[in-house]
Design a protein around this ligand. Structure first.
Ligand SMILES: C[S@@+](CC[C@H](N)C(=O)[O-])C[C@H]1O[C@@H](n2cnc3c(N)ncnc32)[C@H](O)[C@@H]1O
Length: 191
């Protein structure tokens, strides 16, 4: 009955996104989430994707091309802490959902990981620019040492978000061993 972490994260995206919406994949990686977002926004919607590794964007582009979804996706070889400046202002209030899958690229260089400062900065930017009703879904991987620091800083930050501005949820299996990943979801309720 209880959804595992990634299906749960995707179910939140499905609930929030309608055809024609603008969405953000803040950590494109191999493009699994970009693909999910691209399907959900439909032919008139848009996905802005960010990653700092060329190989990730190439893998994602290939995946999207195989399903003919590449036209609704714009990929940037840039850090997600540039979200606010990269996404044109006229689209800010159309951003209905964003997803982060933190950590390192599966099958890639494990020394290149998301970092607390840029992750927190990206979440702050999204929360500022997106409309009420928008959702930010973060899948937190904390099995590696940097991941534990990132987890702690993220949790410290999201606990300070005014409850009138957003609802913040943590979805986590408490009896799994080995630092099982968990979800933080932030639903903006007031601009
Ligand atoms: C766990 S992977 C993402 C997996 C991806 N969602 C998928 O479906 O394959 C994390 C990714 O975040 C990227 N990354 C690390 N720091 C970043 C940053 N500051 N901005 C954007 N992406 C970043 C890494 O290069 C890596 O590809």
């Amino acid at each position: 009955m209880l959804k595992r972490v990634l299906p749960y994260a995707h179910s939140l995206l499905e609930a929030a996104i309608e055809e024609g919406d603008v969405t953000v994949d803040a950590t494109v990686g191999n493009g699994h989430d970009t693909y999910v977002l691209a399907k959900l926004v439909g032919p008139n919607g848009k996905v802005y994707g960010f990653d700092i590794q060329q190989v990730a964007l190439e893998n994602a582009h290939k995946r999207l091309q195989e399903s003919n979804l590449q036209k609704r996706v714009e990929l940037f070889l840039k850090s997600h802490d540039q979200i606010e400046s990269v996404i044109p202002t006229e689209f800010h209030k159309k951003i209905k959902a964003a997803i982060f899958n933190l950590g390192y690229l599966p099958g890639g260089d494990k020394t290149i990981v998301t970092t607390p400062d840029s992750s927190v900065s990206a979440v702050k930017q999204l929360l500022t620019i997106m409309p009420a009703g928008g959702i930010i879904v973060i899948v937190v991987y904390h099995g590696h040492p940097e991941g534990q620091i990132e987890r702690d800083q993220l949790i410290q930050y999201v606990r300070t978000i005014d409850q009138k501005q957003a609802q913040v949820l943590q979805y986590q299996f408490l009896n799994q061993i080995n630092h099982a990943p968990f979800v933080i979801a932030i639903e903006k309720i007031k601009a």
